[in-house]
Every structure is written in C-alpha cells, then in structure tokens.
Design a protein around this ligand. Sequence first.
Ligand code: TLP
Length: 339
Amino acid sequence: MIDLRSDTVTKPSDEMRRVMASAEVGDDVLGHDPTVQRLEERTAEILGKDAALFVPSGTMANQVALKTHTAGGDEVIMEAQCHMFWYEAGAPAAISGVMCRLIEGDRGVFTGDDVRSAVRPADVHFPRTTLACVEDTHNRGGGTVWPIEQIADVAAAARGAGLKLHLDGARLWNAAVASGVSEAARARDFDSVTVCFSKGLGAPVGSAIAGDADFIAEAKRFRKMFGGGMRQAGIIAAGALYALENNRDRLAEDHANAKALAEGLAEIDGIEIDPAAVETNLVYFRVTAMPAAELVDGLAAEGVALLGGNGSLRAVTNLMVTRADIDHALRVAAKVLKG
Ligand code: TLP
C-alpha cells in the first residue's frame, strides 16, 4: 500500500528499532532516564531554548503549553483553521477553561494587525487576552510556511499587547528545511514551542515542548497532572533522538515528492489544485468529477490511501513514499477518475 494519509503513519526503520532496543533507560518521572534527558537537551539546543520536555503526543504538548500559559476564563487568539481548535477534542475549553478567539488567516498565516484587533481592552466585561498561537507549518492552511518577517510582525504585536506567544511547530522541521531558516530562528520570538518527532521525522512516538527554564518546570507539573509522566521512556526517546539526528535534512525529498504529486494531479481532468501553493509535504486538492469519498475508495481499492472529506482531499508525503510511488499514485488517480 502507498500510504499518503499522513506523515504519522511511518514505521520505525530497522536501524531506529535497534537504537531503541538498546537505549539506556531509567525512571523518567524520578528524573533518571538518561536518553530522555539527552533528547530534551538536544531538542532545546536545536530550538534555541533553555529547556525542553518530552511528552507522548503533539496534542498533549500543545495543551500542556496552553494550560501553563493561561488561567480559566482567559481568551486565546488562534487561527480559525488551526489544529488546536479543530483537532484536539475541545481540550482548550475542557482542560484550560479558555475561550478561543479565532482569526481568519491567509492559508493559516495572519498579521500583527489581526492580533492587535483581536486583543480585548481591559474592561470588567471582557475575558483577558493572554496568549496568541501560531502554527508553522500550517496543516489545514496547506502545509504553509510562515514567512519569517510575518512571525516577527505577529510577535511584535503580541509583545506590545503583553501576550505570550506559542508556536505549534508539529512540522517546524518541514518549515526550516523549506525556508532555509533554522528552527531556532523560526522559534526565537516564541515563549513556547511544541514539536513532533512522530510525523515527518518518522519516530513511532513523541513530541516535546520547549521554552525557558521556569516555563518548562511548570509545564512538567502539568504533564504529570495530565498523566504524561512516563517511566522508562528512553525506549521511545531513543527513536525520537535518532529521528532528530538523521531524518531532518531528508524532508526536502518529501517536499519534492509533494510538489511532483501536485503538478501531476493538476494535469488530471476533474481535479482542482494549485501546485504553487504546495510548499512542504501536505497536498490538499479538490475533486470535481466525482464525490471525494468515491475517489478515496477508488484509490484505496488500487492500494493508494489518502484522507478525504467535505469535497477536499489530503495526501501527505513521508519517508516511506518514494518518487516511484508518487508516479504510481498519479497513474492510479488518472485511471479511477476516467472511470
Ligand atoms: N495532525 C494529524 C491529525 O491530527 C490531523 C495529521 O495527520 O496531520 N499540531 C499539528 C499542526 C498537527 O498536524 C498535529 C497532528 C498535532 C498538532 C497533534 O499531534 P498528535 O497527533 O501527536 O497529537
């Protein structure tokens, strides 16, 4: 099967499994897992932050960060299509008791002025705006890479309004490779950054939160409260560390494959896509010739898996997908659409 459903579907390579199997471990809740510590130190170093904290998932990473930054009743500014709003099961409301104030971005990207106009004035009637969130790359925006000047613009607006700034960098690695601007430079203006090892980097499990030492100390308490304190977590941290050291640069290959897929899809009658909008490994497109679900089923019957809904489809390139797989998927798509 050619699995284009997500970059989360990747399985650990033999070498990654070997490294995991021989990882040195200890009880990480007691602070004794040397592999987790190495991963946290290396992650903090790459992101240019004081400290990092290993957590099981990107969702927990975002929600621990949100909880650490806010108090119940606060309002948090975020983009209308962001993952924290769409795909985290209502956690901002359920766990942190915050209100989400949504900004309509351009493919997920918004401006400093958008932030300024969403901030509530101090008034007894209003919630307090305390945090703004950015997603880079932006998933539902189409794998969009935030221009670095626009990050600076949003950061200046957030600072000016006394807000904290959080980055959902589940695919920050992709943004760094695609832009040539390092993760640390992209993360510099943020008070907290979350990253995932289990997406394009190909580790089986794991994400991290990075920030200053006090923030991470407080986040560690919330990680425990959420049930995310793990014992001999070095086994999975070793996979994450291997992914971090070996699989970042190769993301350029996934981006080239995504571009080739987008360009090929643009040639097929009944598909609508703008290949110029594909900047990283996420390829969103629409099908006009048949219901999207029918195309998804037709492709699945031919061994090509992707996700669809509401007329729109998403294909995600990843380290298990080769250029030959892309060419094959395109032939299959053309065949299914011809009927
Ligand atoms: N995204 C998944 C699905 O949940 C949609 C995917 O297949 O793309 N931030 C961003 C920007 C994400 O795309 C995701 C996962 C997360 C956070 C959450 O990570 P996990 O799945 O580890 O909780």
